[in-house]
Design a protein around this ligand. Sequence first.
Ligand SMILES: *Cc1c(COP(=O)(O)O)cnc(C)c1O
Length: 418
Amino acid sequence: MHEFTFKNNELYCETIRVGDIAKRIPTPFYLYSYKTLLDHYRKIRRAFSSIKPLICFSVKSNSNLAVLKALVKNGAGLDIVSGGELYRARLVGASPEKIVYAGVGKKADEIGNAIKFGILFFNVESEEELEEIQRIAHSMKKRVRVGLRINPDVIPKTHDYIVTGKGESKFGLDFETAHKIFNSKRRFPNLDICGVHIHIGSQILTSEPFENAIKKVLSFLNKERIPVKYFNIGGGLGIVYSLENPQTAKSFAKKVLPMLKKSRLKIILEPGRFISGNSGVLVTKVIYTKRTPRKKFIIVDSGMNDLLRPSLYEAYHKIVPVKLAENSSDTSERLDVVGPICETGDFLGKDRFLPQLNRGDLLAVMGAGAYGFTMSSNYNSRPRAAEVMVIGKGFHVVRRHENYRDLTRGEVIPRVLR
Ligand SMILES: *Cc1c(COP(=O)(O)O)cnc(C)c1O
């Protein structure tokens, strides 16, 4: 469910006409619904309320400060994967004891800053990283909590690029190595190895892979009698982009809660897409329509630099006109919605059937709230899109669109070239 709906053939975000926002904000822009964001956060919180988990929103899915602030203000913690995300977490006043930090390549300064800030724990992905955190903690005379990220070797059915819990992936530690580490805790006197972590992939539609992974980890902890306090079960809950039928927060909870309750561990969840995905759309304008002998194209003012998912994962995003003409119906003509970027892979939608479109018409690319703006770039020297959030009766620019000066910020022509 989300708050982008049609009334009288016009697309609204909550109670505001998207077309009215586009009169004030130049396209392309991302548009977020505060209500949808909070609704999804509360859905997952409610589903797991019987065990009062810590819900750490995955910052990489949408790291806009207004999005983070909205969630933090309502009690969410944050799941970060870089020093830059830690910086954002601090800017929105996140409590350190609600921050967990994952990622395979944490650098010394990033680790030091996170220790200084006092985060809840690091999700450690290799032995060398553990040694590095030990070294830094020792030099800072601190005791630091860590969880071991375990790669449970399960294969969820999703796009290959977003599977993370398969044996061959770069993420996490295999059970044997984890066991070895738990048995050699004395090597890490400054570390409190108090948790285990899994994150098996993204856009996972059924609860079985989660159940399998959780079962594997819990039986490992039981069998080896490993005493930990926290079990971070990661994120990865799938959402509806087109015809998917993902598990709901409630049905997911129903499947995994019995095991989790029995474990008596403090549970952490790290949903990203589930909270932010359907809370945002990308609004773009038709620049040209073009017909070749083989195909019809709608060329819009937004492309793979704004929304990379179609190009990178062949991800499907529903595309709808912001305003439907009276009794318009989809034409029988198959068309591609493409961007202005000089790459064949630059498309937002392929083989779509849309109503008749003309230059200047607005389109909304749905389900763009997660891994949308955060994956955007300046490729082709295109300034990045604005981000706008509807909150209650008003809308707010939560990131202005970039200008040409932003494009060259930090660049220098050395004197020898002048
Ligand atoms: C990306 C990521 C998440 C969030 O994944 P979603 O599929 O957006 O829920 C959670 N935990 C970790 C460690 C991640 O890297």
